[in-house]
Structure formats: C-alpha cells, structure tokens
Design a protein around this ligand. Structure first.
Ligand SMILES: Nc1ncnc2c1ncn2[C@@H]1O[C@H](COP(=O)(O)OP(=O)(O)O)[C@@H](O)[C@H]1O
Ligand SMILES: [Mg+2]
Length: 360
C-alpha cells in the first residue's frame, strides 16, 4: 500500500522555528533535542498540513513566532500523495490553505488525502480522562476516514448551538424547537451510525494489538451513543428528552455526549485497569486507528509520535517499534534521547537547538 510521504517541509515563523527546511527520509525521521528546543513545534507544523488545525491550541496567534506577523508551513508530498504541494499561511487574523495553489475548503477530501495519526503524551489520558478526550480521538479519526463526516459534523454543531441558545434563553416551546430537532436528528443519527461503523472497523485491530502487547489480555472498545437509531427514532428520543433539556437549559443527549468505552477483561478500563494496562490500551487504540484509516483511505497515514517512548515502558516500546516496522509508511518521532529509539535501518536523525534543525 502506498503511504502519505512528506518529501520536503519548510517552515517560517512557527513558534520558535524562525526558518527550517528539511527533506525527510521515506521511513524513520528521529528528531532529538532537549526540552523546549522545538521538537513538538515541528510535529505541530506537519500536523497543521493534514488537520488544518493545531493539536495544542485553538488560538492561531499563539502559533506565530513572537513579534512576527505572518507564518507559513509548506509540504511537498510523494508516494500516495504524489506531487501534492500543501501550504498554510496565517496571520493573527486569518489563515489560508492551498493545495497546488488552489484554496482548500474545509470539506472532507483534504483530510482523506493526507491522513495523519498523531500520538503525544497527553493522549495517555484517553482511557482515564473524560469522555471528551475519547470523542476527540474518534472525531479526528472520522474526519479522515469518511469524506462525508466533516460537513455532517459541522452541520450538527451549528444546529446544536442554535438549539442550545433557545433553551438557554427559555424560548423553547415545542414549536420553536421542532425545526431544529428535525435537522439535529438528521445530522446526529448519521454521525452516530458513521462512528459506530468506524469503531467496528477499528475493533479487530484493537483486540489484536492489545492481545499482543499484553500477552493474551482480552480488550475491547465499545461505542456508547446516547441516542441510537435512524432519524425518526432519534427524533423521537430527542422529543422525549425535551422536558429535561428545558429544565437544564441545554441539549443533554446526542453525539456531543457520547462515549467510547474501553474494556479490559470485560471491565471498564477507566475504573479498573492498572497503569500498565492503560498504556496497553492507549497504544492499541493508536495502532487500531492507523490500520483502520489505512483501510478507509487506501493509504498508510503519516505517523507522528511526539515524545511517546518516554511515556511507555520497555516492553511497550518494543511493541511500538515492531508495529512501526511492520506498518511501513513514514514516521516522525521526537525524543530527548535518541538511543531510546530502537530503530537501526532507514533512519534519518535530526537534532534541534532553539528551533534550528540540523541533520545528523
Ligand atoms: N509563539 C511563540 N514564539 C516563539 N517561541 C515560542 C512560541 N510559542 C512557544 N515558543 C517556544 O517554543 C519552545 C517549546 O517548543 P516545543 O517544541 O514545545 O519544545 P520541545 O522540544 O520540548 O517539544 C519554548 O521554548 C517556547 O518558549
Ligand atoms: Mg515537546
């Protein structure tokens, strides 16, 4: 299978990176440097090209180097994304993304074209943390897995905000809510079925990975939608809950309140899993995401691992590197100690000091 491969990357004024230009190797790119040197900033720059947003901030101004007005990230891609030149430029106020010189609209095709899987230390909370972390994990994968998802997701968020405004302002008799409920049920029921389908796709990969890592442990992920069913059934549940929604002054059920539950040996991992088991589940979830996305998009996603091996113990690191070897595709991996990275072949090393990247 072809992979998303970044052949050339150039960055100007992204955080502490004044100017960088690297030609990554097709397989393993290991970026090492002390804390605060700019490793995550580089990963953030690459991720911006695929996700069109940062994984660390929703405030674009924060991504501008102090004292600068304009920033730019440019990527030239090869292999599955051959010939694609993607560029994002931004100021405090606006942002432009182009692919081959044409403006990119926030439709699904962009995310499917450049699938990327990111793993960074905050994701260790995916099991233990609140449901919003798991919804974000699922949604981010869905944006890339299914070209219809981004616009349905946006439609849902828009109607939800409008409905919530009515509820908050107390202008929420049935007549006022009805038109919103129809739209909400339409977008919401589709989101739920698409999410359920994708979780089904991840499931075998997830079980398999967890079993290998934990040497026989049985793990499972279960999608728990707060409203099930097709549009009509969804609308009925929504209507049933209207009283509660009015009382609490917001929409209490729907995809924005769903959860993805991890189970270990049949028990809720959030409550019962040990630290080690949780690490197993997190790693297995990222492996499952990668494999399912490869199936959905027909290309191996670009893999971004930011400082992860310091979070995993020796055994799980071994599994991580075995997975990366077998998956193929291009990998960017950052570390404070390059000898943590047990990869010998097809490897290019970079060191970073104060936002400057030096090969070798
Ligand atoms: N907008 C900005 N302008 C300039 N420097 C920034 C900006 N935002 C963050 N930084 C700097 O970037 C550095 C952190 O980079 P980061 O990539 O997170 O480090 P690490 O190598 O530990 O991953 C810090 O020194 C921080 O001060
Ligand atoms: Mg970092």
């Amino acid at each position: 299978m072809l992979s998303v491969r970044l052949d050339e990357l150039s960055i100007v004024h992204l955080r502490n990176i004044r100017s960088a230009r690297i030609e990554p190797c097709p397989r393993f790119n290991v970026i090492s440097g002390r804390n605060g040197m700019g490793k995550s900033n580089l990963i953030e720059g690459i991720y911006l090209l695929g996700a069109l947003r940062s994984f660390r901030t929703a405030v674009r101004g924060e991504l501008l180097m102090y004292g600068e007005e304009r920033a730019r990230v440019t990527g030239l891609f090869g292999d599955a994304a051959a010939g694609i030149r993607c560029e994002m430029t931004w100021t405090r106020g606006e942002r432009t993304v182009t692919v081959d010189g044409k403006d990119v609209t926030a439709t699904g095709m962009h995310f499917q074209m450049l699938p990327m899987v990111l793993f960074h230390p905050a994701m260790m909370d995916i099991v233990q943390g609140g449901p919003e972390i798991r919804r974000r994990f699922l949604d981010r994968a869905m944006f890339q897995a299914d070209g219809r998802y981004p616009s349905i997701y946006r439609a849902y968020q828009r109607v939800l905000a409008n409905r919530n405004r009515l509820l908050r302002d107390g202008r929420s008799d049935q007549r006022a809510l009805a038109p919103f409920d129809t739209q909400l049920a339409d977008a919401g029921s589709r989101m739920v079925s698409m999410r359920a389908e994708f979780v089904d796709q991840m499931q075998p990969f997830f079980k398999d990975a967890a079993e290998r890592i934990s040497e026989g442990g049985v793990a499972e992920m279960t999608y728990r939608p707060s409203i099930r069913g097709a549009q009509e059934e969804y609308a009925r549940v929504l209507a049933d809950k209207a009283g509660v929604d009015r009382e609490r002054r917001f929409t209490t059920a729907g995809p924005h309140a769903d959860d993805l539950v991890f189970l270990m040996e049949g028990h809720a991992a959030r409550r019962y899993a040990s630290q080690g088991q949780q690490r197993t589940l997190v790693l297995a979830a990222k492996i499952a995401e990668t494999r399912a996305l490869a199936d959905c998009t027909g290309r191996i996603p670009l893999l971004l691992f930011d400082d992860v091996s310091s979070e995993l113990d020796r055994d799980r690191n071994r599994h991580l590197f075995a997975f990366l070897q077998s998956m193929g595709g291009q990998v960017f991996i950052t570390t404070t100690h390059r000898d943590y990275i047990h990869i010998d072949e097809h490897r290019a090393d970079y060191s970073v000091v104060d936002g400057t990247f030096i090969p070798g």
